[in-house]
Every structure is written in C-alpha cells, then in structure tokens.
Design a protein around this ligand. Structure first.
Ligand SMILES: N[C@@H](CCC(=O)N[C@@H](CS)C(=O)NCC(=O)O)C(=O)O
Length: 203
C-alpha cells in the first residue's frame, strides 16, 4: 500500500496532464519517474500495475490503480471537490462536462493520431469513425470556444485541463489549423496560464 498518491510519470508524456490535474486539485502526491529508454514500462513490477505499460499510472493509498489520462483527471476532480474542477453530479453542467472529457479521448485524440500519423493515407471513412474528421473535431471546439471562454461557460473545469493540454500538444506537433486559430490559441493561453500549470512546468 502507498502512503500517498503515487503518480508514475515521465515529463515527456501525457503524464504531465495528470500531474497538472493533481496540482490543480491540491492533492498530495509523489512523482515516480519512469524512464522509457531504460525500459521501465516493460518491467514486471510496472506491468503488474498497468498491463498496458503506459504512463500516467496513478496508485491510490488503498492500492487502487487508475490509468488513462482522462480517468485520472476526472478522478482528481471528484476526489478533491473543494478545488471546484467539476460541476456537481446533479448540476445542469454535468452533461456538458462529460461530453467534453469524453470528446478529448474519443474524438480529439484519435483524430489527431489519424491526421499526424497517416498523412499519406486516404482519410478513414467519416461516417464510420467516431471522430468524423480532424476538421470536424477542430470546428466543434472552435464553435464552442468562440462563444465562451471555457468549455462549460465562464468557469475552468477538468474538461478544459484535458482538452487544452491536448490542443497544446497538437499545436506543438504541428497539427493542422490549431496554430492559426485565434480562438483555440487564446483558450490554450488562458488555461496554461493558471498557477497550478506554472508550478508543474517549473518542476
Ligand atoms: N491511453 C493512455 C495513453 C498513455 C500513453 O500512451 N502513454 C505513453 C506516453 S505519452 C507511454 O507511456 N509510452 C511508453 C511506452 O509505451 O512504453 C492515456 O490516455 O493515458
């Protein structure tokens, strides 16, 4: 059993999103460095925690393991309600909150993988793949964020933390449209300008 939360982490990975979420939540945690080059993710003790051999992986004090970045983000938001990162389950905003969290993993991430890693290939069939096209995904985000500063309106939530992180990675890796979108770039700036994100970046 761990005494604190333990976040298995690598600074060049999606684990920085989970790290930001724990910092926003005000959680006490230890970062456990995971060295990809040294093969840490393929070691039996790590695979026993996460058979996918991936970070982020979060170990709770009671021995529960949480994997998958949006699950860790959502867990942190609910486990530390005083940080106000998620609307209450009964709030009228809860549906939109789920929508955008799942949009991040179910639409943005695979759409970006397709557009960045299958550049030469014909697009996958729009009506069959769950994300339609990368253009559809970007337009959906721009449509909402062109009207309100955050996905749920005026207030930041864990859904923004996840989506802004993905948009920021996508911009960094040169995904189409993102860098040229004033709406999306100002949204990223608003989100990553938060104190908790600065603390994570400062190491
Ligand atoms: N579905 C996972 C993906 C996690 C993932 O792909 N992590 C990569 C780094 S960004 C990783 O751990 N790679 C190391 C490896 O596969 O050995 C999530 O959303 O957290």
């Amino acid at each position: 059993m761990a005494d604190h939360l333990k976040l298995y982490h690598n600074p060049q990975s999606r684990a920085v999103i989970a790290h930001w979420a724990l910092e926003e939540a005000g959680a006490e945690y230890d970062l456990v460095p995971v060295d990809f080059q040294a093969g840490d993710t393929r070691r039996p003790d790590f695979l026993a925690l996460n058979p996918m051999g991936k970070v982020p992986t979060l170990l709770l004090p009671d021995g529960t393991v949480v994997t998958e970045t949006p699950a860790i983000v959502a867990w942190a938001a609910d486990a530390y309600p005083e940080a106000r990162l998620a609307p209450a389950p009964t709030s009228s905003q809860r549906g939109a909150y789920y929508r955008w969290l799942f949009f991040g993993s179910g639409c943005f991430e695979p759409a970006m993988t397709e557009v960045m890693m299958r550049k030469e290939a014909a697009p996958l069939p729009r009506s069959t793949v769950g994300w339609g096209t990368f253009d559809d995904v970007v337009s959906a985000l721009e449509g909402t964020l062109g009207k309100t500063p955050y996905l749920l309106g005026d207030g930041f939530s864990a859904a923004d933390l996840y989506i802004a992180s993905q948009l920021s990675f996508g911009s960094m890796f040169g995904a189409p449209r993102l860098k040229d979108s004033f709406v999306l770039q100002s949204y990223i700036e608003r989100c990553v300008g938060r104190e908790a994100h600065r603390r994570v970046n400062a190491g």
